[in-house]
Ligand binder design. Structure first.
Ligand SMILES: NC(=O)c1ccc[n+]([C@@H]2O[C@H](COP(=O)([O-])OP(=O)(O)OC[C@H]3O[C@@H](n4cnc5c(N)ncnc54)[C@H](O)[C@@H]3O)[C@@H](O)[C@H]2O)c1
Length: 247
């Protein structure tokens, strides 16, 4: 089950953290994985790890917020690999880090970069890959959202949460439009992962039924499922991968 042999999967922001875990999981399940990141050296390092473990992979560097770069690279990959079957929109935390700030303390000039990355980055990648998926009658789009897009939090992540929620709303509409073409689109709503600052992790983990932060492999397993043939009747959904948080 959940065999991805022969599928070509593009994972954005896969040069470290959650994205690297997703890329490794998909490669272990047989996919040819494009490890993509803003930083080429990060993408190359993860691709090297996958290759060493026996997986099939290529590294690719582009900025998801740059529509021309995304379109050019996605079409180049389609030509060289034949197709993109699975798109995982994982790039989402600014390369410079999260920089927690209350909304009141933020200047309007600081808002846009969260929306550029977490909403427009998703739109650019989906738009570039969608034509080929629809033409071939198969596609799996998985967008990595956050619990910050589902519930309010007092940590200074309002614009990040707003952009994550927008990507979820977009996915619901996208799913309706492309379902008849054999393409599914779903989101994962992630809880706190193992790379967040300790004070925030401590504040959240005690409330979680499973009492721990998430690991990249937890996310990789959920993506592998949604990318598989077996998940072909699931679209427009948000799967919480959050340690069991209910509110
Ligand atoms: N870490 C968490 O606790 C957590 C919780 C909920 C959701 N998420 C989501 O999970 C995803 C991965 O988070 P992470 O913690 O692994 O982040 P991370 O910062 O560790 O890694 C993100 C990667 O994305 C790359 N990246 C950043 N901007 C990019 C751009 N414009 N174009 C291409 N690549 C870019 C970075 O270079 C980096 O390698 C994000 O969408 C994030 O919002 C994370």
């Amino acid at each position: 089950m959940f065999d991805l042999s022969g599928r070509v999967a593009l994972v954005t922001g896969a040069g470290q953290g959650v994205g690297a875990g997703i890329a490794k999981t998909l490669a272990r399940r047989g996919a040819i994985v494009v490890v993509s990141d803003l930083y080429e050296e990060r993408a190359l390092a993860v691709a090297q790890e996958i290759q060493t473990a026996g997986g099939e992979t290529v590294a690719s560097a582009f900025d998801v917020t740059d529509p021309d770069a995304v379109r050019g690279e996605v079409h180049r990959l389609e030509r060289s690999l034949g197709r993109i079957d699975v798109l995982v929109n994982n790039a989402g935390i600014p390369a410079s880090g999260m920089q927690l700030r209350s909304f009141r303390d933020m200047d309007p000039s600081e808002w846009r970069r969260f929306v550029d990355l977490n909403l427009f980055g998703v739109l650019h990648c989906v738009h570039a890959a969608l034509g080929g998926m629809c033409a071939r009658g198969f596609g799996r789009i998985v967008t990595i959202s956050s619990e910050a897009g589902r519930v309010g939090m007092p940590f200074g992540v309002s614009l990040y949460g707003a952009a994550k929620a927008a990507a979820v709303g977009f996915t619901r509409h996208l799913a309706m439009e492309v379902g008849p073409s054999g393409v599914t689109a779903n989101c994962l709503s992630l809880g706190p992962m193992d790379n967040i600052p300790a004070p925030i992790a401590d504040a959240i983990v005690g409330q979680l039924p499973l009492r721990r932060v998430g690991k990249p492999e937890d996310v990789g397993a959920a993506v592998a499922y949604l990318a598989s043939d077996e998940a072909g009747w699931i679209t427009g959904q948000v799967l919480p991968v959050n340690g069991g948080a209910a509110t």
